[in-house]
Design a protein around this ligand. Structure first.
Ligand code: FAD
Length: 330
């Protein structure tokens, strides 16, 4: 059996950041991921300056595609707001692979299925064992399933379903567009141009709310692609979207159980307003590494709950105003 003091299950942003920080702290660790990198990860690839800061990235040194947005075009019903921002977009298969290599930790391609505790050690599939085990394997994390599900069940109403596609496209509109409340979608849809001629489009919405409206994400996708055609944003393209599910942040009080730690999507950390998960994944990876190093309790209370906390009141007032206006017209 292979031993490492710390084993991290999952080499996405949460896992690679945790490995990166542990290595800086001088702690031996190993990353297991079921996929060989570079791997596809469904994601719009929007990252905030906080992510760049937390990861100590000098953007001039980043060797892959990176787009900077100075404004978001936000569409709410028929209104368009141009909101000044300072944000970035990367392509996940490039970004995640780069982070994984940069962290300098040994990576084994291995799908984790069975985890048990024997004495002070965790045994993984009878092939690996460790003292500390970190669950960074997203929504379907085996650590969550085995050790946390019963003490920290995920709330069904926070489950988000998505459909998305990233493809080479000769786009003429270089802006990032976001549509809220379009076609009664309980979520939002996006159009994110990437560098080197790639375009990422997608939709995400709360699963329970869609069901309550007798709706589903596929219907919403059909509406969305028609809109993209109508707006001449994407034409003459045969879409082949793929889906993924993840959880928006709930109370994530129980993220440590003995020497087990949950980070990133495995802990359900995506922000309440935008479903942003990369930033919280990175931050939680750093916090877990520091907790393992110091032996202090692990808490995620400092991981932000909103992507744009300052805009929350303004957005709520604006949406209420628009809903009232529409009700008057109807
Ligand atoms: C359509 C869509 C769009 C999104 N857009 C954005 C966005 O623009 N910006 C943003 O900030 N967030 C976005 N998110 C959320 C973001 O993608 C996630 O929150 C983020 O990837 C979480 O990182 P992670 O490291 O926790 O998990 P992941 O990135 O999912 O990495 C988990 C890793 O674990 C591995 N793994 C899984 N199971 C096992 C196993 N049993 N054994 C071994 N390895 C395993 C996987 O192969 C994977 O590499 C989006 C999500 C979706 C679905």
């Amino acid at each position: 059996m292979i031993y490492s003091k710390v084993i991290i299950v999952g080499g996405g942003p949460a896992g690679s950041t945790c490995g990166w920080k542990l290595r800086q702290n001088g702690i031996e660790c190993l990353i297991l991921d079921k996929q060989e990198f570079p791997r596809t990860k469904l994601c719009a690839g929007w990252i905030t300056p906080r992510v760049i800061n937390d990861l100590m990235i000098n953007i001039n040194d980043y060797p892959h595609s990176l787009v900077k947005f100075n404004k978001f075009h936000v569409h709410i019903y028929s209104k368009e707001l141009k909101i000044k921002v300072h944000q970035y977009a990367i392509r996940r298969h490039e970004f995640d692979y780069w982070l994984l290599k940069r962290c300098g930790v040994e990576v084994h391609t291995h799908e984790v299925n069975d985890i048990k505790k024997e004495g002070d050690y965790y045994i993984i599939d009878d092939q690996y064992y460790c003292k500390y085990l970190v669950g960074a394997s997203g929504t379907h994390c085996p650590l969550y399933r085995t050790f946390f599900k019963h003490i920290n069940p995920r709330a069904k109403d926070l489950l988000v379903v998505t459909l998305e596609e990233e493809f080479p496209y000769d786009y003429h509109d270089e802006n990032c567009h976001l549509w809220f409340l379009q076609n009664k979608l309980p979520g939002y849809s996006w159009y994110v141009p990437k560098s080197n001629g790639y375009l990422n489009i997608g939709i995400g919405g709360f699963s329970e709310k869609l069901k309550a409206n007798n709706d589903n994400i596929k219907n919403q996708w059909q509406f969305f692609v028609k809109e993209l055609k109508r707006l001449s944003l994407v034409k003459n393209y045969n879409f082949n979207a793929r889906g993924y599910i993840y959880y928006i942040r709930n109370s994530v009080d129980v993220v440590q159980n003995d020497s087990l730690f949950l980070i990133g999507d495995a802990a359900g950390l995506a922000t309440k307003d935008m479903g942003e998960g990369i930033g919280p994944a990175v931050k939680s990876g750093i916090l877990a590494a520091d907790a393992i190093t110091s032996g202090k309790p692990f808490s995620l209370s400092s991981v932000k709950k909103y992507s744009f906390p300052r805009y929350q009141t303004v957005i709520k007032l604006f949406v209420t105003y628009l809903i009232n206006q529409r009700t008057k017209i109807e």
